[in-house]
Ligand binder design. Sequence first.
Ligand code: ATP
Length: 210
Amino acid sequence: MIGIFGGTFDPVHYGHLRSAIEVKEIFGLDEVRLIPSAQPPHRTSPLASAAMRLDMLRLATENQPSLFIDTRELDRQGASFMVHTLLSLKHDFPQQPLLLIIGSDAFNGLTGWHQWQQLFDYAHIIVLTRPGFIVQRLDIFFASRHTINKQELSEQSAGKLYFQPVTQLEISATKIRTMIADNRNPAYLLPDAVLTYIRQHQLYQAQTVT
Ligand code: ATP
């Protein structure tokens, strides 16, 4: 099984990285693919360029061979729709169940994603608990896909919804950007190498925050 963890990673932080490692171990995944989004369709544009967000991901994962950076959304034109990303991954890995990993905040907005129902044609969805975001009551579409049996995820190629608690880290990229703009120190919320890069490139300074 392969884990798919998409995001803007503007910047990548320990909330992403710790979650990715825990999911890999809990589900016995071969790898987790971190997929930076080019033009996120559901939110405002990232502040750092795609190249810089990719540089930061590389710095954050250089000692973690099980975290693989997948640039397919940056390499293709147009908006980064996850359903297209899953389709292309399914093409590359036809025999492997795909686990789409999203935080509970993202799950609460899932029905706004392009062709969101089709996501289940290509992957299972694993929802991670995230501090401050409680999952709303499941409607019939989600309830019919919900399972508490982890084994079903490896037995079926796609279509299941599973909730997975992970270590609760109340970290967001927004909070880190705000701290930097306010001249506060976000050390220990993200890897030192990423923070050094942010400082070298003067990212997220007050005048660039919208
Ligand atoms: P921003 O604050 O800019 O919205 P973010 O910190 O939410 O950014 P994203 O890159 O947008 O980071 O998130 C990518 C994925 O990681 C999403 O599915 C999100 O729910 C999840 N995620 C982000 N932070 C955490 C965290 N602290 N714990 C668990 N999941 C997280």
